[in-house]
Write a protein that binds this ligand. Structure first.
Ligand SMILES: [Ca+2]
Length: 517
């Protein structure tokens, strides 16, 4: 029945649709997006240390997508990709590019389209697009706004400047429960007349939050002292002693030579990476990072529990879909390094699931291992609302997979990261079957489209992993497979995607008014 009503809705014209689609047929949507949360970091996903009963319960009634890769594993471009449904190569906006999102481009994002089509829209937390022409006016693009630009701290009331003023009036002092206050305010502001679409961008477990849990000593950024020395955290059920007495598994490669994995001439850690993520380059501070990382995820779990109780209490539980994702993952000592912006699974994969209370019980609690992209998520939101995605969006709706139909799904996924700060190489590659192939190029920062023209250029470095035999991606098989058909095929596929993406960008620039910054 549900599927049938979607089909009927999508056959209508937008005007008719808005009229016909009453609140009974169009669900509410809440998108929970965390910051730097890597895959498998809930107990319900098999994590050995975390205990996340609220998410686990939700997960047991959801469809989990266990092979979800983000379009760009670094904050800003990943968030632009979630909004626009496009790769960074296509939308052109990120830390290392020279473009910004225009108001015209914003009109093709999922919140703008849903608002135009009768949804009441809200945004809470880290906006994080960073480069857009309407900076300072993002609040006008939503019906409800309780968000901030740039970054903030674990105790955001201590944070002057930037745009975290809304949080200074909050009852709580800690960022995650403040987000909970925002969610309640949003729900108070909704009415029965319109379905709603709420995007909640939690700032945890990002390093800006875990490092700022305790800033009362000189070298606070390196997490050299236990955060619970901070009197503000004493006696707190989550942020005081939790995981401090637990034997935590810290990656054995912590503080070992990172150049065994990616050579120094490809990525020199002295160019900023080992300063930005200094805590992951020593065993003891990495342990402290793990404790804080798990604590902040526990905070997210509590928030999810409170959210579900709120929905129940307000009579919204039957018709509100929850979509869970992260902007990307995080390397925490593995490969002798910290950070993101590489195509290792730890950096590029996220925990992703969709809870749809209307889904038949037989479909609930299942795990789908098909290759999913973060670009599929905005398309799925629109599909839930009975709306067609604009042609710019590159992803596919996840509804068929949720309903058990994996026919005609993609069997390979193109991956890229165009971050070139801190000596990061441009990486692109392909996931296909058990395999992942990656090629890297040294590119100027900021890059231009010209820098991404690799015609006739041999990659500066390549990686090949068999994820079935080596899920931790420790053994680069490039040399072993040199001359093989497999490697040739993966190289060709990557080059084909690369060429198509560059052509698409050129066509996009012709048909859209792109803006430099
Ligand atoms: Ca992030």
């Amino acid at each position: 029945m549900v599927l049938l009503s979607f089909l009927l809705l999508s056959a209508c014209q937008p005007a008719e649709r808005a009229e016909e689609a009453t609140q009974e047929t169009r669900p509410n949507i809440i998108f929970l997006l965390t910051d730097d949360q890597r895959d498998n970091t809930f107990s319900g996903m098999g994590h050995p240390t975390l205990k996340t009963p609220n998410v686990d319960k939700l997960l047991s009634q959801s469809v989990r997508f266990s092979n979800t890769y983000v379009a760009s594993p670094v904050c800003s471009p990943s968030r632009v990709s979630y909004m626009t449904g496009m790769h960074e190569r296509l939308h052109g906006i990120g830390f290392s590019s020279s473009y910004q999102l225009t108001e015209e481009e914003w009109e093709k994002t999922y919140p703008a389209i849903m608002r135009k089509n009768g949804y009441y829209t809200g945004f809470i937390g880290k906006f994080g697009l960073e480069y857009y022409t309407f900076r300072g006016e993002a609040d006008k693009k939503f019906d409800f706004w309780y968000g901030h630009d740039g970054w903030t701290k674990f105790f955001p009331k201590d944070h002057e400047g930037f745009s975290t003023e809304p949080y200074h009036e909050a009852k709580n002092d800690i960022i995650t429960p403040i987000m909970g206050e925002g969610i309640r305010q949003f729900l108070d502001s909704t009415s029965n007349e319109k379905p709603f679409c709420l995007s909640v961008s939690l700032n945890v477990p990002h390093g800006s939050q875990t490092t700022s849990m305790y800033m009362g000593y000189e070298n606070w950024h390196a997490m050299e002292r236990p955060a619970n020395e901070n009197p503000q955290l004493k006696g707190h059920p989550i942020y005081d002693t939790l995981f401090r007495e637990t034997s935590l598994a810290i990656p054995p490669e912590t503080a070992t030579d990172p150049y065994r994995f990616i050579p120094q001439n490809i990525m020199d850690h002295e160019e900023g990476r080992n300063k930005t993520y200094d805590y992951d380059y020593e065993v003891e501070t990495n342990r402290e990072h793990h404790i804080r990382y798990y604590q902040t995820i526990t905070g997210v779990d509590k928030l999810v529990g409170e959210l579900m109780a709120e929905l129940e209490q307000r009579g919204l539980a039957e018709n509100t879909i929850i979509v869970y994702g992260s902007d990307h993952g995080l390397i925490m000592g593995e490969y002798g390094m910290g950070g993101k912006s590489l195509l290792y699974d730890l950096s590029a994969k996220i925990p992703c699931f969709i809870y749809d209370p209307r889904l038949p019980e037989a479909q609930q609690g299942k795990t789908v291992d098909a290759l999913v992209s973060s670009l599929d998520i905005p398309v799925t939101f629109l599909d839930f609302a009975g709306l067609e995605a604009p042609e710019e969006m590159e992803g596919k709706s996840l509804l068929p997979l949720m309903n058990g139909n994996a026919e005609n799904w993609r069997d390979e996924l193109y991956l890229e990261i165009l971050f070139t700060l801190r000596d990061n190489p441009v990486c692109e590659g392909i996931r296909s079957g058990d395999w992942k192939y990656i090629r890297m190029y040294k590119v100027e920062n900021p890059y231009t489209e010209k820098d991404l023209d690799f015609s006739g250029k041999k990659p500066d470095f390549e990686q090949l992993f068999n994820l079935k035999d080596d899920p931790e991606e420790m053994n680069n098989l490039i040399a072993d497979y040199e001359g093989s058909e497999l490697l040739q095929e993966l190289r060709e596929k990557t080059a084909t995607h690369w060429e198509e993406m560059n052509k698409k960008r050129e066509a996009y620039k012709q048909s859209h008014s792109v803006m430099g910054r």
